[in-house]
Design a protein around this ligand. Sequence first.
Ligand SMILES: Cc1ncc(COP(=O)(O)O)c(C=O)c1O
Length: 450
Amino acid sequence: MSNNAPAGFISVDDALKLDKAQIRELQMKHQNGVKLELAEMLGAARMYVRGDNDKLWDEEGNLHYDMIAGVGAMGMGNSNMFIWEQMEKVKHIPNFYPLGYHHMASSLANNLAITSPEGKLTRMWTGGGGGAEANEGAIKLCKMAAHGHRSRIASVMGAYHGKTAGSLALTGSEKWKKYQFPLMPAANLPFGDLVALEDCLKTRDVCAFFIEPIQGEGGIKLHPEGYLKAVRELCTKYGTYLVCDEIQTGVGRTGKMWACEHDGVVPDVIVFAKGISGGFMPLAGYICTEEIWNAAYGDPETCFHHTVTFGESPLTCAAGIASLQYIYDNDLIAQSAIKGEQIKGRLQEIADKYPKVIKEVRGRGLMIGIEFHLAGKTLKEMVGNRAAAQEAIGARIASILMNTYNVQVMFTINNPIVIRMLPPLAVTQETIDYAMKAFDSACAEVAGDF
Ligand SMILES: Cc1ncc(COP(=O)(O)O)c(C=O)c1O
């Protein structure tokens, strides 16, 4: 309760006492109400009041098994007390961007340099609340470093790099671009196609090539064997910067610290967000080589060209440091690889049992996708058309898992016929066993539609 605020003002204490109906009313009135209604329709509207690693509890006390970890952001588990305790240690430090000395940001930069592929990405910039803003930072870095000589940026069809003005030009799905033209000049190249890439880079007007080492929202899609290595060679040959968007794949998710390490590739830039702070704080940015950094921001005239108010804030950077420490102290990268193999193996057994339902199980570490066949007549008739049927089958299975079995998963937004599993890196055997049984039952339930 506030003494001086206008009538109707809600304090934090008041907010914590609101019930679900009151919250709904506020959201419908003041926020994106249609989004909430859609979530309700899919049975995905939840109100969690407590979390513990891979488990969540809703306001009625029901237990939910977390196999999606805030779409990869809660990699270190829900309500991770270690990270919270480390953040508490800096709560007295003013949380803004000081023109001077930053113990947390400089230490995070040091730690990220140590973890970077071959230790070669030694400069850090942070300043985004989310992935899209981090990609904006990387776009500007590359354009600055190219001194305006190269106007285009390239990316891959099906890719997801965010929905802000610059990142949207790189996102490889037309549906998000509606009413946003003209966008930044960009080339969206066919998936896995080295010939198309070389044709594009040959023009020598492409400043950077952005790529997810594994496409996340595109449907947990792995590039063909050897592709990323060849991409590195082509980028070097034509003087184009290689940017790996590791917002979903990074920070241990795929069984390596950075997914590009599976291919032995050192990009010029790695973009991070999501799991880097264990999901505690909106921390996002990039690490890059000394060379590109100096070319972009290495003199007094350019060093202020991309600053943001909350970049390098002590609280966000402390969360980043703590989250990296938690990964190492608990050996989570190795666990991600081992548990990922186990889950993939179990899912493959289910796929073999329902070959008409499941087309493919794929992924690396704890980044796993299950692609379904197009549903048969019943579902198509139910939703009216083929495109909607495609969207509907992923949503339907996700909805059964969430509503009947309380298992949290999500379909991939640029390819909704794929469901993904991105559990916390320390996912327990109990949750794995429960989720696999639930998935088997969900497949049995829909098998008649195929
Ligand atoms: C690879 C990748 N890049 C960028 C983004 C955009 O991040 P944000 O939603 O935080 O803007 C995402 C989000 O899912 C992503 O997976």
